[in-house]
Design a protein around this ligand. Structure first.
Ligand code: PLP
Length: 493
C-alpha cells in the first residue's frame, strides 16, 4: 500500500467526535503566580461558556496530526512531477542550516552591526546568483517569482520613464506563464501576445512584426513552458534592443541551464529566480517563497531598497539611499529562511554539482519522454530540456481525458503533473521529473502511466471515476480553491 493510501483505513479515527468531556492531553504545572479572579480582570471579555474545543488525549492528538500529514502529497513521500513548478527534493542539510539561531531569530529591523553574518550571507548569495545568471546585481527582496517579475517590470518602466520615453506595450509569447501578462498589466502596460511557431519556439520574424518604438519590453521564458530551448534568443534580444526595448527573462526554468548557459550572456536584461524551483527551497503549502530579481548594470539604479552594500571599514550595511529605486518590496532581508537554504544548496553542490543538476534534470525529462512517446501524443516532438509536454489526443476514442489521467495517478500515490498548461497545447500534461529522481523511480512512474493508458482502453470508467482511494473523490476545484473549508466545525453549527 502506498504512503498516500495508508491513512484511509483510519478514516473514522479522524473525526473530532472522538472528543470526550474531561479528556486531556496536557498536564499543567501548579500555579506559581497569584491566583487572580479572571472574571473580574477580563470583565465583559470573560467567556460565559467554555470554548467548544475537542477534548482529547495526547496520543489521539499526535495520531491525528501525524495521519493528516501523510494525506498531503509531498516531495518527501514520492515523485512530484509538477511541470513548470520544479518540485525538487529539499535537502535536509538546508533545514539544519536555516535553524541556526543567528539566521532563524534575526529580526527584519535588527541593526546591521548585529547581523553581519546574515548580511554576509545575503551578499554572497547575491554574488552567486549574479555569477550563475550573468547578471550584474541581484535583489533578494521579492517573496516569489511573481513578485520578482513585478519588480523587474517596475524597473523596466522606471528605466524608460527616467529616459523620458513613453512606451506602453509589453510583448509576451503565447506559451508564457500567466504571471507574465499579469506583471505587465499591473504596471499599466498593454500586453501583445506573440504567437509561437509550429515548432513551439518564438521566431525572430514574429517579434519583428510587432516590435515598435512604443514597446517597453519582451518577456521570455527560456527554456519555455513546453520544455524547449528558445534557440533564436540571441537574435530576438537584438531585435528588441535595437528598437529601444529591454528583455525580461522569466527564470522559472533556470534549473535546466545551471552551469551550462547564462541568461545574461544570451541578452537578457532583467530576470527573476525562483529559489523554490531552482535552488531547492521548500515550495507550496502557502509557505514563504523567494524570487530574487537580477539586473544588468543599466537597471541597477532602479533596484528595490535596501541593497546590501560594503561600508568603508569593510563591514556590510543596508543601503537605502538610492534616489531612482522602485521602492521597498519586503522587510529588510527578504524571506531569510529561504535565502539561507538556497545558499546552503549552492555551496553544497558547488559549480560542478550545479552543472550536474541541470544535466540530470534534462536527461530525466528526455528519458520520460522517450518512454511515454506512443502511449501519449507529443505535440512538439524532439529533444526537450528539463520538462516534457504530452497530451491526451491518443486517448480521444476512450473518452478518458488529461484530467482523468491526473486523478488516476492520485490513486497510485503520485501527485498529478501540471495539466492543461501551457495553453497552446489542448489537453496538456506537463511533466517535470527534476534531477532528484532515480532511474527506478522514473520507471515506476512510467509503468503507472502506461497502466493507466491500458486501463483507459480496457476499463475507461475506472479512470474516469478516479480517484477511488482517497477520502474525497472529485471536488469542485474552483470552489475548493476559492472557498476552501480549512476549519473543522461541529456538525450542528
Ligand atoms: C514559467 C513561470 N513563471 C513564473 C512563475 C511564478 O513563480 P512563483 O510561483 O514563484 O510566483 C511560475 C510558477 O509556477 C512559472 O512556472
Amino acid at each position: 500500500m502506498s504512503n498516500a493510501t495508508q491513512g484511509f483505513a483510519y478514516e473514522e479515527a479522524l473525526l473530532f467526535e472522538l472528543s470526550r468531556p474531561g479528556r486531556r492531553g496536557v498536564d499543567l504545572p501548579a500555579l506559581d503566580v497569584p491566583d487572580v479572579d479572571a472574571k473580574q480582570l477580563l470583565g465583559e471579555a470573560f467567556r460565559a461558556e467554555p470554548a467548544d474545543l475537542p477534548q482529547l488525549s495526547e496520543v489521539d492528538v499526535v495520531r491525528h496530526f501525524t495521519r493528516l500529514s501523510t494525506w498531503n502529497a509531498a516531495v518527501d513521500l514520492g515523485l512530484y512531477p509538477l511541470g513548470s513548478c520544479t518540485m525538487k527534493y529539499n535537502p535536509k542539510i538546508n533545514e539544519r542550516v536555516a535553524r541556526l539561531p543567528g539566521f532563524a531569530w534575526a529580526h527584519p529591523h535588527s541593526p546591521a552591526e548585529r547581523v553581519q553574518g546574515l548580511l554576509q550571507l545575503c551578499h554572497e548569495l547575491e554574488r552567486s546568483l549574479a555569477e550563475i545568471s550573468g547578471m550584474d546585481r541581484v535583489s533578494l527582496q521579492p517573496a516569489a517569482g511573481a513578485q520578482g517579475e513585478l519588480a523587474g517590470i517596475m524597473m523596466i518602466r522606471a528605466y524608460h520613464e527616467h529616459r523620458g520615453e513613453r512606451r506602453h506595450k509589453v510583448l509576451i509569447p503565447d506559451s508564457a506563464h500567466g504571471t507574465n501578462p499579469a506583471s505587465a498589466a499591473l504596471n499599466g502596460y498593454d500586453v501583445v501576445s506573440v504567437p509561437s511557431g509550429s515548432d513551439g519556439l518564438l521566431h525572430p520574424e514574429a517579434v519583428e512584426e510587432v516590435m515598435a518604438d512604443d514597446v517597453a519590453a519582451l518577456m521570455i521564458t527560456n527554456p519555455n513552458t513546453l520544455g524547449l530551448f528558445e534557440t533564436h534568443i540571441g537574435r530576438i534580444c537584438e531585435i528588441v534592443h535595437s528598437g529601444g526595448g529591454l528583455v525580461y527573462g522569466d527564470g522559472a526554468n533556470l534549473n535546466a541551464l545551471l552551469g551550462r548557459g547564462r541568461p545574461g550572456d544570451l541578452g537578457i536584461d532583467v530576470m527573476h529566480f525562483n529559489l523554490h524551483k531552482t535552488f531547492s527551497t521548500p515550495h507550496g503549502g502557502g509557505g514563504p517563497g523567494s524570487g530574487p530579481v537580477g539586473v544588468k548594470s543599466i537597471l541597477e539604479p532602479f533596484l528595490p531598497v535596501p541593497v546590501v552594500a560594503q561600508a568603508e571599514d569593510g563591514s556590510l550595511e543596508w543601503d537605502e539611499d538610492r534616489p531612482l529605486t522602485i521602492g521597498r518590496l519586503h522587510g529588510n532581508h527578504g524571506n531569510v529562511g529561504m535565502l539561507v537554504r538556497a545558499h546552503a544548496y549552492i555551496l553544497s553542490l558547488g559549480p560542478e554539482g550545479l552543472r550536474r543538476c541541470a544535466d540530470m534534470a534534462v536527461l530525466n525529462a528526455n528519458y520520460l519522454l522517450a518512454r511515454l512517446r506512443g502511449a501519449f501524443h507529443v505535440p512538439y516532438d524532439g529533444a526537450v530540456m528539463h520538462e516534457c509536454v504530452l497530451s491526451d489526443r491518443e486517448l480521444a476514442a476512450t473518452g478518458v481525458t488529461t484530467l482523468d489521467v491526473a486523478k488516476r495517478l492520485i490513486d497510485h500515490g503520485y501527485h498529478p503533473p501540471t495539466i492543461y498548461f501551457p495553453l497552446v497545447v489542448a489537453g496538456a500534461l506537463m511533466i517535470e521529473p527534476t534531477e532528484s529522481e532515480s532511474r527506478e523511480g522514473l520507471d515506476r512512474f512510467v509503468e503507472t502511466l502506461l497502466d493507466i493508458v491500458r486501463e483507459a482502453h480496457e476499463e475507461p470508467e475506472k479512470v474516469r471515476s478516479a480517484p477511488n482511494r482517497t477520502r474525497l473523490a472529485r471536488l469542485d476545484e474552483t470552489r475548493a480553491a476559492r472557498k476552501p473549508v480549512l476549519r473543522w466545525q461541529p456538525e450542528d453549527v
